[in-house]
Design a protein around this ligand. Structure first.
Ligand code: G3I
Length: 357
């Protein structure tokens, strides 16, 4: 799924649950506004590791947003404009206008750029699907795409999500995809890492996935895949755990998951952190949801900070202001991010920073 279906303790979010949660959230005393703003230090100043945020090129035109980014993070991840859905046109040509603007923003402000994402089951644009001149032509196009994209940002990239969401939700093996069908279930992943390394001799290359905290079996399969890639000689240099979670996440869940993911000894990237209010189970009042959210923010900070310094690659928020969150498309009342719509810090940001003191 091009996103994180929060399993209902296990199992996908049912429509009834979504509606139930949404109605519960919407029925809270407070309007669908995020909580009253609080005081909190800039995120990066509170952390002894790189802090990142997902951004879109258009957002960077807003001086207030650009200032919020520069004040709070040292790394940016293109939320969608370095994916095939943007870069690969239907005729197979590439467009780099928006990614170039994002890279230029990173360069002029001395920010790290985290590339996201080269190979994803959820995106197989017509530019590739139409390549039916056999395996060689497809393999060439696959390599050319990766060489072109990774090579273009070699000067500013601090890392790349090379393969995204490869593991099946039930942990039984890996997802099917155009890439697996045309180049091999495992081989297409090894090739992607090799092509990325060919394009950039040093950049850390990541395997990234979601629900690794909710689904221990999926997490185990993710770690086995990482070990298999290493054994095959793939230049795997880090593990990304997206961490799209909800405000009712059971205490200790993140500590366990992040600790296990770090057990391979590779750098760990909390790569897409947000804490949904509306995906929390059951009828809850908004203040209770916001308190739960702050608790999850704090546990995420503590768990990540507890890693050895060499393994603390970065902690990336999947957006900074609530209004920019992808989760708003599911429920307009959701407020998963560290800043409110006006860019003011919320209780989650304060709890996250306090946990790092
Ligand atoms: O901005 C354009 C707009 O101009 C155009 O009219 C519209 C219709 O095509 O598209 C808009 O772009 C959309 C973009 O989000 C910005 O809103 C793209 O269609 C849409 O596909 C894109 O969705 C992104 C999604 O990944 C798919 O790429 C989300 O923003 C992004 O939050 C989401 O992020 C994923 C991670 O990559 C992987 N993990 C899960 C996570 C959440 O789904």
């Amino acid at each position: 799924m091009s996103g994180a279906d929060r399993p209902a303790a296990a199992g996908p979010l049912s429509r009834r649950t979504v509606l139930g949660s949404a109605l519960a959230l919407a029925g809270c005393e407070r309007p669908a506004q995020s909580a009253a703003p609080v005081s909190a230090p800039p995120l990066q100043s509170a952390a002894g590791f790189p802090v990142g945020a997902a951004i879109q090129a258009a957002q960077l035109q807003d001086p207030a947003f650009a200032a919020l980014v520069a004040a709070n993070v040292s790394q940016i991840t293109p939320e969608w404009e370095m994916k095939m859905e943007y870069v690969v046109a239907d005729d197979g040509t590439f467009r780099f206008d928006a990614p170039d603007r994002i890279a230029a923003f990173a360069r002029t402000r001395g920010l790290r750029l985290f590339g996201h994402t080269l190979v994803w089951y959820a995106q197989s644009p017509p530019g590739f699907e139409r390549l039916d001149e056999g395996r060689v032509r497809f393999a060439d196009a696959y390599r050319n795409y990766i060489l072109a994209l990774v090579g273009r940002y070699r000067d500013v990239a601090a890392g790349w999500d090379v393969v995204n969401e490869a593991v099946a939700e039930d942990g039984e093996g890996w997802r099917d995809s155009l890439w697996a069908q045309r180049l091999g279930a495992f081989e297409h992943m090894v090739l992607a890492f090799r092509h990325a390394r060919e394009a950039d001799a040093a950049v850390p290359l990541f395997l990234n996935d979601y629900n690794l905290e909710y689904l221990p079996k999926k997490r185990a399969t993710f770690l086995k895949l990482a070990e298999r890639l290493l054994a095959a000689g793939a230049p795997l240099g880090g593990l990304g755990t997206q961490t799209h979670v909800a405000a009712d996440l059971a205490p200790g869940t993140l500590r366990t998951a992040i600790g296990e993911i770090a057990s391979l000894g590779l750098p760990v990237h909390v790569s897409e952190f947000d804490v949904s209010l509306s995906r929390a189970r059951g009828p809850r009042r908004r203040p209770e949801l916001e308190a739960g959210q702050a608790r999850v923010y704090a546990e995420a900070a503590e768990a990540f900070a507890a890693l050895p310094a060499a393994q603390r690659f970065a902690f990336t928020f999947w957006g900074l202001r609530d209004k920019d969150s992808w989760l708003k498309r599911e429920n307009g009342a959701d407020a998963p991010l560290p800043f409110d719509d006006q860019g003011r810090p919320k209780a989650g940001a304060a709890a996250w920073a306090a946990a790092l003191r």
